[in-house]
Design a binder for this molecule. Structure first.
Ligand code: SAM
Length: 216
């Protein structure tokens, strides 16, 4: 990872992201597992992963998603934080499977050839990376034409009052590793994805589940 430049875009930079998630790695599951599991389980079950397909999990973190991928596909999980990956590695070892690879890598500079993956899963990462559009460009490049891209993320609320609150707390949320003011429609538009489904699992849920097709 020496080649990574220290960059700062939209207030989140590599070193602070590494520091924040490195520091959180051992307590991440205790805080987020119960909250994130239902959406992750639902989204992966709805990805229609076929036998032998290549799946990329971008920002795999501690590997909360890993037990939900079928054993008949090949999964590559990448993350910027080596500490988060240590936790993910423990899960893979406990599962005793050989279809999951974990790699330390920047989502905005993926070291894969064009058209490597059939499906890409991006869970709670879009508003964490310094530049979500650069990441999406890379994802579109490494995902095959008409491949499936599935995103779970929080976006700015359409409710004006809540939206204003989110904007106000953005500097604070950046300190804990994410931004809260990204607009969903703008994100979809700028990411050049053809979205075929987007919804919340519950009416008052904070997170969207988005199913898109990669059209090259
Ligand atoms: C909120 S966690 C989500 C982890 C997991 N996907 C989940 O849903 O539990 C965000 C993850 O994104 C990773 N991350 C942040 N910036 C990244 C980047 N540029 N490249 C790869 N991973 C990154 C962090 O290290 C962290 O593990």
């Amino acid at each position: 990872m020496d080649s990574l430049q220290k960059k700062e875009i939209q207030g989140l930079d590599y070193e602070s992201i590494r520091k924040i998630y490195g520091g959180k790695s051992k307590i991440y599951d205790a805080i987020f597992k119960r909250i994130f599991y239902p959406r992750i389980k639902h989204a992966i079950a709805s990805m229609d992963i076929r036998r032998g397909e290549n799946v990329l999990d971008v920002g795999v973190g501690t590997g909360l998603s890993l037990s939900f991928f079928p054993s008949y596909c090949d999964v590559t999980g990448i993350d910027l934080s080596s500490e988060m990956l240590v936790q993910a590695r423990k899960k893979v070892d406990e599962m005793g499977v050989d279809n999951i690879k974990l790699m330390e890598m920047d989502a905005m500079d993926l070291k894969f050839s064009d058209d490597t993956f059939d499906k890409v899963f991006i869970s709670h990462v879009v508003t964490v990376v310094p530049d979500p559009y650069k990441m999406m460009d890379e994802i579109r490049r490494v995902c095959k034409n008409r491949g499936r891209v599935v995103i779970i993320n929080h976006f700015k609320s359409k409710n004006k009052m809540v939206g204003k609150m989110e904007k106000i707390i953005t500097p604070l949320s950046k300190k804990v590793g994410w931004r809260s003011d990204l607009d969903l429609d703008e994100f979809i538009d700028k990411s050049c994805l053809r979205v075929d489904r987007k919804y919340k699992l519950k009416k008052l849920d904070l997170w969207h589940v988005i199913f898109a097709i990669n059209e090259k």
